[in-house]
Design a protein around this ligand. Structure first.
Ligand SMILES: [Zn+2]
Ligand SMILES: [Zn+2]
Ligand SMILES: [Zn+2]
Length: 320
């Protein structure tokens, strides 16, 4: 592996599946990665850009100390079959019936009688069961609180029992008996932050592609423009006259002008048709300079697979 293509400290990135390089890039950019769990069993899924990866798939990131897992949530599952879809039942603590209802305790203002609201109901009207006078408006009574009432055994209680029923195997269990499993998110380590800060993820992805496709290319190629000035191009693929520069940040107007001149000069000398400039960050002014140059394709804040797809399209003549 050439030191010119990818520095020593970033070499291990080449072992990573491109989807994992994309995931690192998204985490680095602070983009939201959707984390979910499968219904059938407790498998954690990371979803981004139409890609789905399980926690097992992302293990290499942990093994290489690029990311660490962190509990972001927990999910209750059937203790018997691990299913996630559970039905919640509220039961009478006395007889176990599900036929319970939350009812109000009210006091009749005139006679002071206190009872459950359901005992005031008579033939669709409200009547005091004690003094038998009709209750015409809400001003006739006071609400003292609420209780649960069991229609089966007529018990009153404050808290019902909570039972969960698995929608797949039918197992009934109390919440405390369920399997309360962790859902993990990923956090980049300092090491990963350093490597991505220098945009080595793009170098790794590109290097991997060019090697796998047996493309004839050069790293840190010195090319002389029509003006006689010699420029260094990070990756150069002569067969399609493509140059690729990976520049973590384009912070100044001058940097952008340099790329514009370089692209033009190398184009006029017949070395390149196109210079792809990959960057994580560029000033507004730089962006307008780079995007208005016909010989430059700017990839700004993208994931590594965008670069490899673009290069692959150019290699296979599928030009965009
Ligand atoms: Zn009951
Ligand atoms: Zn009354
Ligand atoms: Zn089950």
């Amino acid at each position: 592996m050439s030191e010119r293509c990818i520095p020593e400290e970033a070499r291990e990135l080449v072992q990573l599946d491109e989807r994992l390089l994309d995931l690192l890039a998204l985490l680095y950019e602070g983009k939201r990665i959707n984390v979910s769990t499968e219904v059938e069993r407790h498998v954690i899924i990371f979803e981004f850009n139409g890609v789905k990866l399980t926690l097992d798939d992302v293990k290499p990131l942990e093994e290489m100390a690029l990311a660490s897992r962190k509990v972001v949530d927990r999910v209750l599952r059937c203790p018997k079959c691990d299913y996630r879809e559970l039905e919640v039942k509220l039961l009478c603590p006395n007889c176990g019936s599900t036929n319970i209802e939350k009812v109000r305790i009210i006091q009749h203002r005139i006679c002071g009688y206190i009872d459950l609201e359901i005992n005031f109901r008579r033939d669709g009207q409200m009547v005091c069961p004690h003094c038998h006078s009709p209750i015409l408006s809400e001003n006739d009574y006071r609400v003292l609180g609420t209780l649960y009432y069991c229609y089966n055994c007529r018990t009153r209680f404050h808290e019902p029992d909570v039972i969960l029923v698995c929608r797949r195997c039918g197992t009934r269990f109390r919440p405390a008996e369920g399997a309360y499993k962790p859902v993990y998110g990923l956090e980049l380590t300092e090491k990963a932050r350093r490597l991505l800060h220098d945009a080595h993820d793009f170098r790794a992805a590109l290097y991997k592609l060019l090697e796998e496709k047996h493309v004839d290319y050069q790293c840190s190629a010195n090319l002389t423009g029509r003006s006689g000035v010699t420029y260094e191009v990070d990756f150069y693929i002569p067969s399609v006259k493509l140059g690729i520069d990976i520049e973590p940040r384009i912070a100044s107007h001058n940097d952008a002008i340099y790329f514009a001149l370089k692209a033009r000069d190398l184009h006029m000398a017949g070395h390149i048709d196109r210079l792809v400039v990959v960057t994580r960050e560029a000033t507004k002014e730089s962006i307008s300079i780079l995007t208005s140059n016909p010989n430059i394709t700017l990839l700004l804040g993208e994931v590594p697979s965008r670069l490899t797809k673009l290069v692959l399209d150019l290699l296979t003549g599928n030009r965009r």
